[in-house]
Design a protein around this ligand. Structure first.
Ligand SMILES: CC(C)(COP(=O)(O)OP(=O)(O)OC[C@H]1O[C@@H](n2cnc3c(N)ncnc32)[C@H](O)[C@@H]1OP(=O)(O)O)[C@@H](O)C(=O)NCCC(=O)NCCS
Length: 154
């Protein structure tokens, strides 16, 4: 089940973040800011049997949406959870009327790049020295579909 991340999820999500991004994990304060203070941010977790198996953080900023963080527990990878979280983000951005969803990804991160490509993301630009360790990133973009509100017809 995918649900909104709550304060009680912080320890598990932080553990996951530290495991997946040991060289530059988001600190606790970053997650708290995203949950409580950033007006553009949406943080969701994927939970099964009381275990958090993944999370996604994205921003919806007027016509633009941006995927800023996504991760799946190592022992739960390759089971479709990353795709489910990404689809949740795409769906919410389309409902919000965003025109496109963008993200940056390390050039060496083949699993993530494959996931994004299979979801319709296109490589839009080369971001040189994007990460603190000097690695380049690809800027990837997915054009979104307009969804109409069936209640109002808008
Ligand atoms: C990227 C990540 C979120 C994918 O999550 P996941 O739950 O394992 O992905 P899914 O099972 O939904 O896979 C969906 C598709 O992604 C691609 N993919 C995922 N892992 C892959 C791998 N190791 N090698 C190649 N392709 C891969 C495949 O196309 C896959 O479809 P398939 O299984 O039908 O072939 C996960 O690997 C992760 O948490 N990585 C560490 C954190 C990270 O790098 N986040 C992204 C930062 S930009």
């Amino acid at each position: 089940m995918i649900r909104v991340m709550e304060k009680k999820d912080l320890p598990e999500v932080l553990k996951l973040e530290n495991d997946l991004f040991p060289e530059s994990p988001w600190p606790k304060e970053e997650f708290i800011y995203e949950m409580n203070s950033n007006p553009f941010s949406f943080l969701f977790v994927e939970e099964s049997g009381g275990v958090i198996r993944g999370f996604v953080d994205y921003w919806i900023m007027y016509e633009n949406a941006q995927l800023v963080n996504i991760g799946v527990r190592r022992d739960c990878m390759r089971q479709g959870i990353g795709r489910k979280l990404l689809n949740c983000c795409i769906e919410q951005a389309e409902i919000a009327g965003c025109e496109y969803l963008s993200l940056e990804v390390r050039k060496s991160n083949t699993p993530a790049i494959r996931l994004y490509e299979s979801a319709g993301f296109l490589t839009a630009a080369d971001r040189k020295n994007y990460y603190e360790d000097g690695e380049d990133a690809w800027l990837m973009v997915k054009p979104l579909e307009v969804r109409y509100d069936t209640d109002t017809g808008n």
